[in-house]
Design a protein around this ligand. Structure first.
Ligand code: A2P
Length: 309
């Protein structure tokens, strides 16, 4: 059975969640419902969604079928979603849309997806929308997030892609401490300093792209492969197990039934100390840089500004 982490809210979150981003593949997006059903059958109880992924209606339909079948109840599942960048000034409306799409009456966790606030301008001339990245108004946005907890729409709130500096700013006027900071995290981008900072504030660090996303940097890393061979596990299992042993939760994505099962099979064994040490020594590299939020008119002029490096 699945292990859990306890958030400062008291909520018990399953340590493995299925990442629901379908990538840029329309085919994969069409598979969303089937993936959710295969995942629940395989033992997944935690789904990591977001409105921008564009498949929350498909997830909602699949969940309704699953609940009707009696396989699991709503209370057996942990469901996370995220506030998209243009919605920082309309938090309640965005959350209500997500609840409607997912056909749920509450979320277990709702995150600010990026520390990026976007204004959309309607262009009268050609009927298109122009988007502009504008400065964050964290205090205002977070107050609206807190209101979601008070009104029972969500059980916990948090952030994603936030640096310790941005969390510090948020905490200065927050009533509710974020329960989670969800960030890129895997053996090639271990987030040691951010992990320590979050721990000191009782914020749980949840790792997205724990397999290194689409590229070979993590699963093809010689040290990861060497340890996998030695332990007779797959590189994916070693990467995920590393996250669990660090005390993170991990959000691997797969739409393949065999890999869905493989990625859950990381309990009842562990990475021995000496191998864990070797993983700690891996040369570090951020793979998801967020360059799409960086330009001359954005408050983030350089990638370093986005991450406060
Ligand atoms: P697929 O959906 O075909 O399984 P991340 O979670 O780091 O974003 O990585 C997701 C990518 O890793 C997807 O392309 C997914 O492909 C692939 N993947 C998922 N599980 C495994 C696994 N156990 N071994 C190899 N690749 C995997």
């Amino acid at each position: 059975s699945m292990a859990h982490v306890q958030l400062h809210t008291g909520g018990r979150m399953p340590v493995i969640g299925l990442g629901m981003w379908p990538g840029y593949s329309q085919e994969e997006k069409r598979q969303t419902g089937a993936t959710v059903k295969a995942a629940v059958a395989a033992g997944y109880r935690h789904f990591d969604s977001a409105s921008v992924y564009g498949n929350e209606k498909d997830i909602g339909l699949a969940l309704q079928e699953i609940f009707l079948s009696g396989a699991v109840t709503r209370g057996d599942l942990w469901i996370t979603s995220k506030l998209w960048n243009p919605d920082h000034d309309r938090v309640q409306e965005a959350c209500d849309q997500t609840l409607q799409d997912l056909q749920l009456d509450y979320l277990d966790l709702y995150l600010i997806h990026w520390p990026v606030r976007v204004k959309e301008h309607y262009q009268q001339e050609d009927g298109t929308r122009k988007t502009e990245i504008v400065p964050l108004q964290l205090d205002e946005t977070w107050k609206k997030m807190e209101q979601l907890v008070r009104t029972g729409r969500v059980r916990a709130i948090g952030v994603s892609n936030f640096s310790s500096k941005k969390i510090d700013h948020l905490l200065a006027n927050a009533t509710i401490v974020p329960a989670v900071n969800q960030v890129e995290c895997h053996p090639v981008w271990q987030q040691k300093a951010l992990h320590d900072y979050c721990t000191s504030k009782a914020i749980h660090l949840s790792g997205y792209s724990p397999l290194g996303n689409w590229g070979p940097k993590v699963l093809g890393h010689p040290i990861v492969r060497e340890i996998a061979d030695k332990l007779s596990k797959s590189p994916a299992q070693v990467a995920l197990r590393w996250g669990i042993q660090m005390g993170h939760s991990v959000l691997p994505k797969s739409s393949n039934p065999d890999r869905l099962k493989e990625n859950l099979d990381i309990f009842g064994w562990s990475i021995p100390d000496e191998d864990f040490q070797k993983l700690s020594g891996i040369q570090q590299e951020r793979l998801i840089k967020g360059t799409m939020w960086v330009n001359d008119t954005s408050p983030y002029k350089r990638v370093e500004d986005l991450w406060d490096e």
